[in-house]
Design a binder for this molecule. Sequence first.
Ligand code: SAM
Length: 253
Amino acid sequence: MESKQPSPIDLLVEAHTGLERQGPGCAEETGRALAFLGDLDLIANAADLGCGTGAQTLLLAQHLKGSVVGLDLFPAFVDVLNGQACEQGVADRVRGVVGSMDDLPFQRESLDLIWSEGAIDNIGFEKGLAYWRGFLKQGGYVAVTCPSWLTDERPAVIERFWTDAGSRLDSVASNIEALQRCGYQFVAAFALPETCWTDEYFTPREAALEGLLRNYPGNETVEAFVADNRHEVELYQEYKQHYGYVFYLGRKR
Ligand code: SAM
């Protein structure tokens, strides 16, 4: 019988589908960001881009009375969101759709809120904010987390790691300038605490990685995938004072 040969993308999806979060973040910090948005009852239509399995999408739905569309590239993640929306009795207001955040299925100027945790760096902070602005109503809010430099010192090993991952880190100040250049009024920015990386993400992910090693004994692709993920944790432990995820909030001018 042929042995299974998963690709790195298959492994990424398999390792993350059972996790609460697919990147650093937590309910408390999602709530902290929501508190900057004024009267939440005025938000009729929201989108959560790069929603993963939708932990924060469902939190948005708990706080808002309007509808929330979660969008992600991977059908397996979107299926989890739609299943949980049914279980929680909010499927009439929460819908997961498969799609790409650089080709949105919304009408222009139709959204009151665009949310995105841990995902905008896949298309670039400024490019994403500029493109998404067209889908917001005047006065609509954007709230995103993005990995950012927290100090002037920028260790080359971290720069390389994020570049290899297809992302680019900028300072908080230059991201705020980019947000303003894109036509938003700056509302707030704050860094996520370390526990959002460790307890909320790395610890459950490590358990999933152990599961992959058990499911694919001796598979070199799996071993390399697990080693890459563990390398990310080691880098974070050594250099965490220099970078982190930052929540940025803006309002369409
Ligand atoms: N927002 C979730 C969270 O905070 O747990 C997931 C964050 S995870 C770090 C990034 C997510 O972005 C993944 O679910 C991934 O599938 C999604 N993603 C990456 N590129 C995307 C794209 N071009 N369009 C839509 N989703 C994308």
